[in-house]
Design a protein around this ligand. Structure first.
Ligand code: PAF
Length: 273
């Protein structure tokens, strides 16, 4: 497995790639969720490139970037065992320049939900993803459905900037007990882990309600909020796949999204109906 630290090295390597290239962008601290994306890419492409880059522009000034978990050696081992062809681990200075044009995420979709409490977060995500796409020039890029809003905004960027890349949306990976995998789960105490199970429980209740009692989104959100009562709920939203409000569930076009705080740890989860 090759490891590149500069854009130039990666670009040189990219010129030599034969066949389709799959790309999995990450910020490291890889868990089974990332591994499922990587494995899918390895199966579907001749070459797989993984990036590990804690992107400063998607963090708020108040967020402590240095606290983001770093497990470089373990991450490299995981990539190597998964048959990744190349890992790109650049320094911040080689990615960002003092003067550069920047992409801005569409306001109405980027300043709701995750963007409401993290103004500018998605501008930073699109900015780095566009740069990484330009460097890796992938045929396919793999993103988890867990970050549904990020996935939507990236799909929108690819569509509207005419980027020749297939965005592959990958299912959420969960622990056996239902907790969605996240790099943040390491911050949960055993007690908090139990509390966090209310999140997937509320989503299960939502799908059961849809099956048995009806499709009115207000009622479903109410039932979910009741389940989540012991937690600090940031939002429960039932939206279309275009992130528009829905009065009634539309099968095949609905995402139910939850964000809560368990202790000091903020967790998100969703289901696609
Ligand atoms: O989802 C993430 O880990 C990040 O937002 C991404 C896509 C790697 C961009 O920094």
């Amino acid at each position: 497995m090759k490891i590149f630290h500069t854009p130039q090295e990666l670009q040189e390597y990219r010129k030599t790639c034969q066949g389709s290239v799959g790309f999995v962008p990450t910020m490291g601290a890889l868990h089974n969720g990332h591994i499922s994306l990587i494995k899918k890419s390895v199966v579907e492409n001749e070459q797989t490139i993984v990036s590990i880059f804690v992107n400063p522009t998607q963090f708020l000034a108040t967020e402590d970037l240095s606290k983001y978990p770093k497990r470089t050696q373990a991450d490299l081992k995981i990539c190597s065992l998964a048959n990744v062809d190349a890992v790109f681990m650049p320094e911040v200075q080689s990615i960002y320049f003092p003067l550069e044009p920047t992409i801005v995420a569409p306001f109405s979709k980027a300043y709701i939900l995750e963007g409401l409490s993290r103004a500018g977060h998605f501008d930073g995500v699109l900015r780095v993803v566009l740069k990484l796409f330009n460097l890796t020039r992938p045929d396919r890029a793999y993103f988890g459905k867990k970050d549904a809003q990020q996935l939507y905004l990236i799909q929108n960027m690819v569509k509207t900037l005419f980027l020749p890349i297939d965005i592959i949306a990958c299912d959420i990976i969960r622990e056996e007990d239902g907790l969605a995998l996240s790099s943040r789960n390491i911050y949960l105490s055993n007690e908090e882990k139990k509390d966090a199970l209310l999140i997937s429980k509320s989503l299960k209740i939502a799908s059961k309600t849809i099956m048995s009692r009806g499709r009115k989104t207000k009622e479903i959100a109410k039932a979910m909020r009741e389940t989540l009562l012991p937690l600090h709920v940031e939002y429960v939203e039932i939206l279309s796949r275009e992130f528009e409000p829905l009065e009634s569930i539309e099968i095949g076009n609905t995402i139910i999204l939850v964000a809560v705080k368990v202790g000091t740890t903020r967790l998100i989860d969703n289901i696609w109906i």
